[in-house]
Design a protein around this ligand. Sequence first.
Ligand SMILES: [Ca+2]
Length: 208
Amino acid sequence: MGSTVSGSISCFGEDVPIYRIIKNKGEGHAEKKANILCGDSQNLVTMAMRGKIPKEVQQIFDKYIQNNVRSLKKPAAVQMLVSEFSLSEEQANDMFENFDKDKNGIMSLNEFRAFYMCAGANAQAIVTKFQELDADGSGKLDLEEARAGLQSMKTATGRALEDKEIDFFLQTTAGEDNVIDLGHFTNLLYRLKLYKSPPPPKEGIKKF
Ligand SMILES: [Ca+2]
């Protein structure tokens, strides 16, 4: 079983075969499984929320909490992202929306930890790359801009992505409106950093 799959995304230690996903797109189950493990941004955030809270994460967060409540309402969270990570208001807002996993308008410590893991000290570098790719300066990447970006990037093992891999990353990153904001882009870079898959086979991907 599954012996014909030769590409996978390594996501927090779990390998997800990507050709199965592409092949069966629309058939439901495989696609759904991919989304649970690795595919969409929100589930990536869930995964990044597991495990111990690093000390520096706690320390930054605690500067902004009030009355010992270990969560930040959106305005305080955005303020933190602006002050600590030199983001603009809009950028901080996109980050907040992306990492507010349960969409309750509050950033929990775990949600902040996910942000810290995916962006953290690299937030400015991510913004710079994002702006470089945002050719029309709209503040969002459309699929063409994002595709050009992916074509210029490398996997964790240092090779360029192939077209079908780029399609996969785009499909699983863009929001419903087919645009990629700074929050989605942060996830995309993080996934790429984890992506250690060998190149896909040139042809002859068999059916499952
Ligand atoms: Ca939340």
